[in-house]
Design a protein around this ligand. Structure first.
Ligand SMILES: Cc1cc2nc3c(=O)[nH]c(=O)nc-3n(C[C@H](O)[C@H](O)[C@H](O)COP(=O)(O)OP(=O)(O)OC[C@H]3O[C@@H](n4cnc5c(N)ncnc54)[C@H](O)[C@@H]3O)c2cc1C
Length: 582
């Protein structure tokens, strides 16, 4: 295995960033096995090395249990490595110290209201949610801060408060504490582009120091069950064809991410035309198959952490692709293939994508599945920045995704040609014949509304979160306008465009868990010895993206609870007649 020098110059026994095209073991049958010929034995096998896996491994090890961590990719970190690593932690320490009260009741109302609004009942004892959903919300409130605190105290993940972040639904009356639940790793750069790297480095170093055995290049293929049906191990394969059987006396915990990169699962469960996403390429829904083969219920399979992505980068399978979290620019608008503006470009990413999946029952189509972001020279000059999937990049940065034209008509010709190139991936989306005429009318309306600073059509710039989080880089002059997010497009070119599509950061459906992270069977009974955390299991959040950091904060809470429950598991006889690893 390749070694990498730490910043202190000492070698680390694992790779945190490596070539992203190295092969991984091919998929095998997920049917559980009853062979008890283990090559390695431990108390707990943790599968996956993103935030869920590493945090679970740390909490488990710190309670005294032996841990082996298995990672399919040649590198550690999964999607987490790419993230900004904002983590949303209710009732956190800095918040308490500042004297702000973040009551459990307020937290529960906010998350229930937006996770499953169709069921929300403020007068019901569980706010209209099922007992299980409600217990997961409560578990997250109770454990997120103790988990974050412990990770910091042990040096794995020191934090700093990030009160400049705003919850994505702060306009709802249920959101009582909307700008103080956010933490980020201490020492992140100004743009937070290295948050995930700092977190994975810190947690994996702490795991090694604590004695967690980390094995990269090991793809877990199936579970090993004992005669009582309890999970007592896993079978993994390596890229060079080796089979390794790991016995786990107490439990196996999966933290293997979602199914973004399995087109079949995506097409069947997401039920929308999602071309892909920016999860780690190795997130192919392995736990959907392995968990269901062991009898786990699948839940939330229709939900994902949604984010606009660049169509061309998604089709190319670019492993470094990032979500277009902010559709940047003020003299910028998005239109569909007809030249119509159909949405508020500054919506939080999870919500923006849901507009991109609007269904037209008359045309029998998803008219917004490809949205064309169009901007002028002003936005090119003032909103260019090479970070987090920003379409508007500065000179010198790869801009193959940018389509150009000196006039709107020339731009349209070039967009038309580019769309034809991708028609096999878009259900044949092409520009309408009268696109230019309609685009000119759309731009005229936009310019007229921008002069007044009021988006009468889609309310762009009316919510604070749009300005503080989703404005993207803007000129200093923008703050002086009535609506900083609206500016007329230049009458003269050049003009620029790119093709956006609705994608995922990752999916968030999978085997159902309870508030102790135990995977549940079809009777809602825990499958003995089987646990899950992170994006590989059904998320408590349902359709919602609670806030920036709403994936990682809850994830460490569940990891913390998993470790406590696993610690109470009996030591099972893994009955090994051991054979050496070949
Ligand atoms: C650009 C970007 C920025 C983001 N920023 C934020 C943010 O600031 N805050 C936030 O809350 N969220 C953010 N997210 C989302 C967040 O990164 C993910 O939700 C989170 O990292 C998922 O963690 P995880 O541990 O569940 O999965 P992952 O981090 O994806 O880890 C899963 C791991 O499991 C491994 N694996 C898969 N199958 C197997 C197998 N069979 N055997 C062994 N290993 C396996 C994979 O290789 C992978 O390493 C961002 C996402 C992106 C793409």
């Amino acid at each position: 295995m390749e070694e990498q020098l730490s910043e202190h110059g000492s070698p680390q026994p694992f790779v945190v960033r490596a070539a992203r095209h190295e092969p991984v073991a091919p998929r095998e049958s997920a049917l559980p096995s009853r062979e008890h010929e283990f090559d390695v034995e431990t108390d707990v096998a943790v599968v996956g090395s993103g935030c869920a896996g590493l945090a679970s491994a740390l909490f488990t090890r710190w309670l005294g249990d032996e841990v082996v961590l298995l990672e399919k990719a040649p590198e550690l970190g999964g999607t987490t490595l790419k993230s900004a690593f904002i983590y949303w932690v209710p009732n956190n320490g800095p918040l308490q110290e500042s004297g702000v009260e973040d009551r459990e009741e307020d937290f529960l109302r906010y998350v229930a209201r937006i996770s499953r609004p169709e069921k929300y009942d403020p007068d019901s004892p569980t706010l209209g949610q099922s007992e299980l959903e409600y217990s997961l919300y409560r578990g997250i409130y109770e454990s997120a801060w103790p988990a974050a605190k412990l990770l910091a105290e042990r040096g794995a993940l020191p934090y700093q408060h990030a009160p400049h972040w705003t919850d994505y639904w702060h306009n709802l009356t249920e959101d009582k504490v909307w700008n103080a639940r956010h933490l980020m790793p201490a020492g992140v750069n100004e743009d937070q582009t290295d948050g995930g790297l700092i977190a994975i480095r810190g947690m994996s170093r702490a795991a090694t120091d604590a004695g967690v055995e980390i094995r990269t290049g090991h793809r877990v293929q199936r579970l090993v069950l004992n005669d009582d049906g309890a999970v007592v191990g896993v079978v993994a394969t390596t890229a060079d064809g080796e089979t390794v059987r790991i016995g786990a006396r107490k439990a196996v915990l999966f933290g293997t991410g979602g199914f973004t990169h399995d087109a079949d699962l995506r097409d069947n469960f997401l039920a929308v035309p999602a071309v892909g996403g920016c999860a780690a390429r190795t997130n192919e829904g392995d736990f959907v198959r392995i968990g269901s083969a062991a009898g786990a219920q699948l839940r939330n399979m229709q939900f994902a952490w949604r984010c606009p992505i660049n169509l061309e980068k998604a089709v190319a399978g670019d492993p470094d692709m990032q979500g277009t979290f902010a559709v940047a620019g003020d003299s910028m608008l998005c239109v569909n293939y007809k030249g119509e503006r159909t949405l508020n470009e500054k919506l939080p990413y999870n919500e923006l994508v849901q507009r991109m999946y609007d269904w037209d029952p008359l045309g029998c189509e998803f008219p917004n599945r490809v949205m064309i972001q169009i901007w002028d020279g002003w936005s090119q000059q003032h909103s260019a920045k090479d970070f987090f999937g920003n379409s508007i990049v500065p000179a010198g940065v790869d801009d193959a995704h940018v389509i150009k034209g000196d006039t709107l008509a020339e731009l349209a010709d070039n967009i038309r040609e580019r769309l034809v190139r991708y028609q096999a991936h878009t259900g044949n989306v092409r520009l309408a014949d009268d696109f230019v005429t309609r685009l000119e009318a759309t731009v005229a309306r936009w310019n007229e509304m921008s002069e007044r600073g009021v988006d009468e059509d889609f309310h762009r710039g009316e919510r604070e979160v749009e300005i503080t989080v989703f404005g993207g880089p803007l000129s200093e002059e923008a703050a002086e306008r009535a609506n900083p997010l609206m500016r007329p497009l230049d009458g003269d070119g050049p003009y620029f465009a790119t093709l956006l599509s609705g994608g995922t950061l990752d999916t968030k459906g999978g085997p159902r868990i309870n508030a102790s992270a135990q995977v549940l069977d079809d009777q809602n009974e825990p499958i003995k010895g089987l646990y899950g955390a992170g994006n590989c299991v059904a998320s408590a959040s349902g359709r919602a993206y609670w806030a920036g950091g709403g994936t990682l904060g809850p994830m460490i809470a569940i990891a913390y609870r998993a470790a406590q429950a696993i610690h109470e598991e009996p030591l099972r006889d893994v009955g090994a007649s051991r054979s050496a690893v070949a």
